[in-house]
Design a protein around this ligand. Structure first.
Ligand SMILES: C[S@@+](CC[C@H](N)C(=O)[O-])C[C@H]1O[C@@H](n2cnc3c(N)ncnc32)[C@H](O)[C@@H]1O
Length: 618
């Protein structure tokens, strides 16, 4: 097996151009020199979201608990283990026919000897030891010793080998692997990646959930022919722009020159935006650390921040793992707060993300994903072991009306086929017959209109209350308005969905949260999954979150307006410019105001604004 570098070298030397197509029928990528980031993988043809670009075997793997960036020296893992690591790498290099046995053994001797001395010298500051530094030193050392060209090449290859490692999240109990020696190793990093590298998980009975050794790369945004394919080396983002950059530099030893970071340098606007979004994301991330942190953040605050961050991700073109984290943490919060509708929504979004990234899986793989996503926990195993495990809504006090409302709200402008395939009948979730979907939507719309027509304004309610007092109101007193608001709020609260008081559901670190729909093995359920994993799914939809914020508390046209204006006030509003904002604000009768996103004060201001508006709506 040849290394990607060899293939690239062979191909480029045999052709005059600096890029070449590789076996077009089985891999539609080209390898080309980038301007600032060395070699890179370019897309050979247009690719849609969710499409697999590369799938390859023959990886050399390490579990991250034993071998992790910055690559550990003997002081961390012991000399014996360290030597073994180096030996394994050398053997691998040998396996790829870079070296004959004798050369490899001689090189191992040098390598081990030199690295041991190197690490022994640097042991006082192990945090500064990076793989690149070590292997650069090694490379220099082998060169200095005047070894054969082959040995120098060996040193260089080992360096490349480590440098090119792919860090893959197997999704299984926080297990990560480092994968070496693949084509995917030529993928450069971007803070706005358009692809994601995923380990394929074994679905066989013998090794369920184990990494198969195959990695595949999937598009998470549409990629055009000729565009570079990029992934995020850090699956998550840090709490600030600087921290993020520092982490990349510390772990990978390069200054990120992706287009997003390059535009940061010239665009103060973009920097401000990133500061706000990363900062707020960092605050949300704290909630992911455990149940206590999650409990201490009030749900409205968390959801509002989530809406702003998701909106910001949209503006920043971020659609990878961090987006899923937001959905996950919100789902947990909603679940702990016994807020089934929002749990349903957020888990659905999270699952859509997973399905899009992992593709529509076989039932076996689906079972594994379901475990990962924590879906199974909510399901009651039926005695007869039938597939109808998704009828477990009966355990909860979920009202049919509310679920329908949610489905309606999530869809009322969109593709009707996505969510309407589920309904609640007598407390059980069932699939809606396809023919009935159109009627349901129509009926839901009519009901929504009726509600809108019937909905009484705060002023109406206040008048009624004053009339009950016997007074004839001309101008409503402040007191009356206050009482009316309270009455309206109480009326809303009656609608709140609740779990049985005894329900012992608290999210813990060990146990994942719960998805409220179920079995993946029915045929029509598969169809539903396919729909929900449609290309749409990765698209950012801040409106959905906005709808959701308003959903449980009784949506009216006023709230719809709130959702729109909240979004306008948020990151997108800032990005799209004051002109549009002013126009919108004018339409809603609000005074246009601008926000500066550059500091904490203005961030608070933003959230406060949203809060005020929210409280004005109900
Ligand atoms: C996995 S390799 C990618 C292929 C590499 N460009 C090559 O020529 O072999 C990782 C290395 O590519 C470079 N690289 C990747 N992404 C980069 C980025 N966003 N900015 C600058 N350098 C990058 C760094 O040198 C990094 O150590």
């Amino acid at each position: 097996m040849a290394t990607p570098r060899e293939i690239a070298g062979a191909l480029t030397s045999s052709q005059s151009s600096s890029s070449s197509t590789i076996a077009e029928d089985d891999m539609f990528v080209t390898i080309a020199q980038t301007q600032t980031r060395g070699w890179g993988l370019m897309c050979g043809q247009d690719v849609e979201v969710g499409e697999t670009i590369i799938e390859e075997n023959g990886l050399f793997l390490y579990l991250d608990n034993e071998f992790q960036r910055p690559w550990p020296g003997p002081e961390t893992i012991g000399r014996e283990r360290f030597v073994e690591n180096i030996r394994t790498i050398a053997n691998f290099m040998q396996g790829v026919e870079r070296l004959v046995l004798m050369t490899a053994e001689a090189a191992i001797g040098d390598l081990v000897g030199y690295l041991s001395t190197y690490f022994a010298r640097r042991v006082k500051e192990p945090q500064h030891i990076s793989g690149t530094a070590v292997f650069e030193a090694l490379f220099g050392h082998l060169g200095y010793l005047g070894r054969s060209e082959e040995q120098q090449q060996f040193g260089y290859d080992v360096f490349r080998f480590l440098n090119d490692a792919l860090y893959l999240d197997t999704g299984l109990q926080h297990r990560h692997v480092f994968a070496f020696g693949t084509f995917a190793c030529l993928l450069n990093h971007s803070c706005q990646p358009n692809a994601i590298a995923i380990p394929r998980i074994d679905a066989s009975a013998e090794r369920p959930g184990m990494f198969t050794g195959t990695v595949y790369v999937r598009a998470i945004r549409p990629i055009q022919a000729g565009e570079e394919i990029t992934i995020a080396y850090l699956p998550d983002i840090e709490s600030s722009r600087e921290e993020h950059q520092d982490k990349i530099t510390n772990l990978y030893d390069f200054e990120c020159l992706c287009s997003a970071c390059e535009s940061d340098k010239h665009d103060a606007h973009q920097r401000d935006l990133k500061d706000v979004v990363y900062g707020l994301y960092g605050e949300i991330r704290k909630c992911m650390k455990g149940p206590n942190e999650l409990d201490n953040t009030p749900a409205p605050e968390l959801f509002r921040k989530a809406a702003v961050v998701l909106d910001g991700f949209d503006a920043l073109n971020i659609c990878h793992q961090p987006k899923k984290y937001i959905y996950d943490v919100c789902a947990r919060k909603a679940w702990n707060g016994e807020d089934l509708l929002r749990t349903y929504f957020f888990v659905t979004k999270s699952l859509q993300w997973s399905l899009l990234v992992h593709g529509i899986p076989s039932p076996e793989v689906m079972a594994i994903i379901r475990d990962r996503e924590g879906i199974r926990r909510c399901q009651v195993e039926k005695e007869d072991d039938s597939a109808e495990t998704y009828s477990t809504y009966q355990a909860y006090d979920m009202s049919q009306d509310l679920l329908e409302d949610l489905m309606f709200m999530m869809n009322h402008e969109q593709d009707d086929t996505v969510y309407h395939c589920l309904q609640v009948v007598d407390g059980k979730v069932e699939e809606v017959p396809e023919g009935a979907i159109g009627n349901r939507v129509k009926a839901a719309r009519q009901r929504q209109q009726q509600l809108k027509d019937q909905s009484r304004s705060i002023d109406d309610i206040a008048r009624e209350i004053e009339a009950m007092d016997g007074s004839e109101p001309k101008k409503l007193s402040k007191k009356a308005r206050k009482r009316a608001k309270k009455a309206a709020r109480e009326a809303d609260e009656e609608e709140v969905v609740s779990l049985p008081a005894s329900a012992p559901f608290q999210w813990t670190e060990e146990e994942p949260f719960v998805c409220l729909f179920g079995a993946a093995d029915g045929v029509s359920k598969q169809a539903w999954l396919r729909d929900s994993a449609a290309k749409e799914a990765l698209r950012f939809e801040p409106r959905d979150v906005g709808h959701l914020l308003a959903a449980k508390d009784g949506m009216s046209t006023d709230q719809e307006r709130f959702v729109l204006s909240a979004r306008r006030d948020s990151i997108s509003g800032r990005i799209q410019g004051e002109k549009e904002f002013a126009e919108l604000a004018g339409r809603f009768g609000r005074k246009a105001r601008t926000h500066s996103f550059g500091n904490d004060g203005s961030k608070k201001d933003l959230l406060k604004e949203a809060e005020v508006r929210e409280s004005q709506c109900w």
